[in-house]
Ligand binder design. Structure first.
Ligand SMILES: NC(=O)c1ccc[n+]([C@@H]2O[C@H](COP(=O)([O-])OP(=O)(O)OC[C@H]3O[C@@H](n4cnc5c(N)ncnc54)[C@H](OP(=O)(O)O)[C@@H]3O)[C@@H](O)[C@H]2O)c1
Length: 347
């Protein structure tokens, strides 16, 4: 027996220290007790992980919650579960596949038509280190879902967010952005060899750049936008990685790993803090590491890169054409009006 004492106590000390460290670095719970009765929250990817716990907590705080998810069976079941345990009947499941521009447009149209307001938009859904898959529109899956999908969705909901101001947009980024690089020559991995880790990091860097550029464009509108790294959280995010794919790692390593990382409930606290806390009122264009403001990586601070990403993204998702057709429609309407009042215009 004595020969086991040293290894056992060593193992116990490692686990105990890991749990203490985890609790220390988790950042704790959102200190604000603010309630959000009368406010509408749109949250993407809310059927599991951080999104689900964010939706649950915001429902507890009295919000009207619209969960945008791609799998309606999982979404309905989660909405039902949240309605049941928060006793908030205003939790709704709505179809949204961020890998399809058509689906994003339909979702946004439904929200714009049916909802009186959108006070909080949480761009939470994400995919990490999947194979070289493409979205319905031919974008790299990670860039397409994590950045372009949310870019399009946010732009389509902007009028509603402005009408509901003061309102807030929260983008779930990641510490992984620090090793990200924007490759404008090949954003969708069509020319170079696919690197799934770098594809994730690029998409998360795009989240921070998008946050900063959007905040700049929204100055004076009352819509605040911030990015957050939620910490390392035990969710399904690693489903495409080795840790989840072999029996040994999913049955032996994975439970050990779970001891070292935060629960989804704690992982949701940073999003909740950014969404509801009084001290975040009017704060915009920032990057938070859990609940502490940090300076993001230098490449995320480059204003020219952020502007360029905005322009390229607008083209890719067709917002530029939409803006052009609105402008030409307005010009045509203006000319029409002028023609009606000035007969010379009809010649
Ligand atoms: N967990 C972490 O340690 C960590 C660290 C840094 C950043 N983050 C960020 O936190 C966010 C939430 O991640 P998580 O950890 O909660 O991961 P998760 O448990 O895998 O949840 C991701 C959510 O996104 C949804 N989603 C994926 N593709 C979608 C699509 N095409 N359309 C709509 N929804 C889609 C998933 O739906 P399905 O269930 O249908 O696939 C799921 O609801 C992500 O943006 C992630 O990058 C997480």
């Amino acid at each position: 027996m004595s020969k086991y004492i040293v290894p056992l106590s060593f193992f116990g000390t490692v686990i105990g220290s890991a749990v203490l460290i985890r609790n220390h670095v988790s950042g704790g719970r959102c200190p604000s007790t603010a309630t959000i009765k009368g406010k509408t929250v749109v949250i993407t990817g809310a059927n599991t992980g951080i999104g689900k716990e964010t939706a649950r907590e915001l429902a507890k705080r009295g919000g009207r919650i619209i969960m945008g998810c791609r799998d309606m069976q999982k979404c309905e079941a989660t909405a039902k579960e949240i309605r049941g345990n928060t006793l908030n009947p205003h939790v709704y499941a709505c179809h949204l596949d961020l890998a399809s521009m058509k689906s994003i447009q339909e979702f946004a149209e439904k929200i714009n038509q049916e909802e009186k307001r959108v006070d909080i938009l949480i761009n939470n859904a994400g995919v990490m280190r999947c194979p070289a898959w493409k979205t319905e529109d031919g974008f790299d899956m990670q860039f397409g879902i994590n950045h372009l999908g949310h870019f399009l969705l946010t732009n389509l909901l902007l009028d509603k967010l402005k009408e509901s101001a003061p309102s807030r947009v929260i983008n779930l980024a990641s510490l992984a952005h620090i090793v990200g690089k924007m490759d404008f020559e090949d954003l969708n991995w069509e020319k170079k060899k696919f690197d799934t880790k770098q594809a994730y990091c690029q998409s998360k860097l795009a989240n921070v750049l998008f946050t900063r550029e959007l905040a700049k464009r929204l100055q004076g509108t009352g819509v605040a936008v911030n990015a957050v790294h939620p910490g390392v959280v035990a969710t399904e995010l690693g489903r495409h990685t080795g840790l989840h794919q072999s029996v040994f790692s999913s049955s032996v390593l994975s439970p050990f790993f779970s001891l070292l990382v935060k629960s989804p409930e704690l992982g949701a606290q940073p999003s909740i803090y950014l969404a509801v806390s009084e001290e975040m009122e009017g704060v915009t264009g920032r990057y938070y590491d859990v609940m502490t403001e940090k300076e993001p990586a230098p490449q995320a601070l480059d204003e020219e890169t952020a502007r360029r990403l905005w322009e390229v993204s607008s083209k890719l998702v067709g917002l530029e054409e939409e803006a052009k057709s609105v402008t030409s429609k307005t010009v045509a309407e203006g000319q029409n009006k002028a023609a009606q009042t000035d007969p010379a215009q009809t010649l």
